[in-house]
Design a protein. Structure first.
Length: 80
């Protein structure tokens, strides 16, 4: 993911990629905390971005992946 396209993500230093933290990722169709920005729903394979976590903004689908993947925050890399 490019940090510039997602509000709230701090871009890494140029040339250094970073992984998300566990707090920035949730499994399911909705965020579980205010910091949960990336959501993977194993039931339908949708990867979504939620700019405000449990706030009023709805998550936006950003990718269609296979369902029931062993997908975690460690699978998402943020680049400058």
């Amino acid at each position: 993911m490019s940090a510039s396209g997602f509000a709230g993500l701090i871009p890494p230093t140029l040339g250094q990629d970073v992984l998300l933290t566990p707090e920035q990722f949730s499994l399911g169709s909705s965020a579980t905390t205010r910091n949960s920005s990336f959501l993977y729903n194993p039931a339908d394979g949708i990867l979504a971005y939620d700019a405000d976590g449990i706030g009023s903004q709805a998550p936006v689908s950003i990718a269609q992946l296979s369902s029931n993947l062993d997908f975690t925050y460690q699978n998402i890399q943020v680049v400058a």
